[in-house]
Design a protein around this ligand. Structure first.
Ligand SMILES: [Zn+2]
Length: 456
């Protein structure tokens, strides 16, 4: 067992790893639409083949109701601890495709970055884990490593919890390594310890039974597009606070220590968010900092709006209905089902009797918090320090990763969350990319993590 041999192996094989990643990225494994079902299956088979190639045993592709889960394990001495590595091989759709500088499924390198859908979220991270495992396996792994790589993360992992519950024995481990989070900057290794939950809805507002001529009926019917705009506008007050009744009742206040820890950053967050987004001015609750607002406060967002005529040119229509996709990011103690009731109560109190409405409850997942005192967090922090020359920053991330809660609930397993994508990696957006020098360092850090964790 030699850490140095494993790190040398990474260096000697880096070009090959990059080629393998490109191969993986060429598979358009979009899980959100039926038309890519065969591609998602192909990506599962690709992962299984790669697991076999790195020397994993007991490699299996488990079918689920939708997309399969891939499993494989690298064995060390019986007494060695076990790391369960979680990943997903599915990706978001590439739309809008015309905004990509190079096609989303033809990986292309420009400067220090590799551009492709899934490069950062999360095929690059899956590969970093597989290749770090390959490197340690090559010189006799100090830890047992189990891989569970699913194909439904981008649709909310609907079949993962039942899978985990059915395979408790197979998944026994000491910790779950989840590299589906990211870093704050290339020189700032990051451990994520809090994830917000999610509650997702579709709101339908119905007016007339069919589209109407606005010259004949304008002035006598309440336009559903206008009515939905009025309802949505009322969901925040002028300071950006959410007005749903009871929405903040269970939200815990941030402690002074936590506010201090979140403020301890070597950059100016205000400037950071302005640069990342290109907006003229930031928005949101004035009594919280931008970092607090994106990680530790709940939000409500309109993710999509549809009504009326949206083609070229003019059409003077009063649409028969309007629809809004609405989602809330939740913090610990908030329950997605309770938020659905709060939204319903808001609509009951505020919807006018000139329209009918319907609320469809879609995905939901509670928030989760990772225990920072666990040995795996300490091992990863040490590994990061040895790799970047500085210890990690700890952050609460705005996103939601339901599997973290599922691992806790079903397996009693804590997760350690990291990843090597950057804030400008454009995940879920056109021109998604992976910063290659950071990816390479990430692999080194994971090799060191396996050794530090084995040392206990
Ligand atoms: Zn992801």
């Amino acid at each position: 067992m030699s850490e140095k041999a494993a790190l040398d192996f990474l260096n000697a094989n880096h070009e090959r790893f990059l080629e393998e990643l490109k191969e993986f990225l060429r598979i358009p494994s979009v899980s959100t639409t039926e038309e890519h079902k065969a591609d998602v299956q192909a990506a599962a088979e690709w992962v299984a083949a790669n697991l076999r190639k790195i020397g994993a045993k007991n490699v299996q592709i488990f079918p689920t109701k939708r997309h399969p889960v891939v499993y494989g394990e690298i064995a060390a001495a019986k007494s060695a601890p076990t790391v369960l590595v979680y990943g997903h091989y599915d990706v978001q759709p590439p739309d809008p495709e015309e905004k990509w500088e190079t096609p989303p499924f033809e990986p292309s390198i420009r400067g220090e970055r590799l551009y492709a859908r899934g490069a950062s979220d999360m095929k690059g991270q899956v590969m970093a884990s597989l290749k770090a495992a390959e490197a340690v396996a090559n010189s006799g792994s100090p830890v047992n490593i189990k891989f569970i790589i699913e194909g439904e993360e981008e649709i909310g992992s609907p079949d993962l919890a039942p899978f985990i519950a059915e395979h408790k024995e197979l998944l026994v481990a000491d910790v779950c390594l989840n590299p589906d989070a990211g870093m704050l900057a290339p020189d700032l290794p990051t451990i994520t310890y809090g994830l917000r939950g999610l509650a997702y809805f579709e709101l339908y507002v119905y007016g007339p039974t069919h589209d109407l001529h606005s010259g004949v009926y304008g002035g006598v019917v309440h336009n559903p597009a206008q009515a939905i705009a009025e309802l949505i506008a009322g969901m925040h007050d002028k300071d950006g606070r959410i007005t749903l009744p009871g929405f903040y009742d269970k939200v815990l206040p941030l402690s002074e220590e936590e506010r201090a820890a979140l403020a301890d950053l070597p950059f100016d967050p205000e400037k950071f968010y302005l640069e990342q987004t290109g907006v003229p001015k930031l928005w949101g609750e004035p009594e919280y900092t931008p970092i607090e607002r994106t990680g530790a406060r709940p939000t409500l967002e309109i993710n999509g709006l549809y009504s009326g005529y949206i083609g070229k040119g003019a059409k003077t229509v009063i649409p028969s209905y309007a629809m809004a996709k609405i989602s809330c990011r939740l913090v610990p103690k908030q329950d997605p089902a309770e938020v659905a009731e709060q939204l319903r109560a808001y609509l009951e109190a505020n919807a006018p009797d000139t329209i009918r409405w319907e609320l469809k409850v879609m995905d939901g997942a509670p928030a989760s918090i990772v225990n920072l005192d666990q040995p795996a967090v300490k091992a990863l922090a040490k590994a990061m320090e040895q790799t970047w020359g500085r210890g990690p920053v700890y952050r609460r991330e705005g996103g939601s990763i339901p599997v973290v809660g599922q691992m806790q609930e079903i397996l009693g397993l804590e997760s350690v969350l990291t990843g090597f994508g950057l804030p400008d990696s454009l995940i879920h957006a056109p021109n998604e990319n992976l910063h290659l020098p950071t990816w390479r360092k990430g692999m080194e850090a994971l090799v060191r993590f396996f050794y530090r964790f084995a040392e206990g």
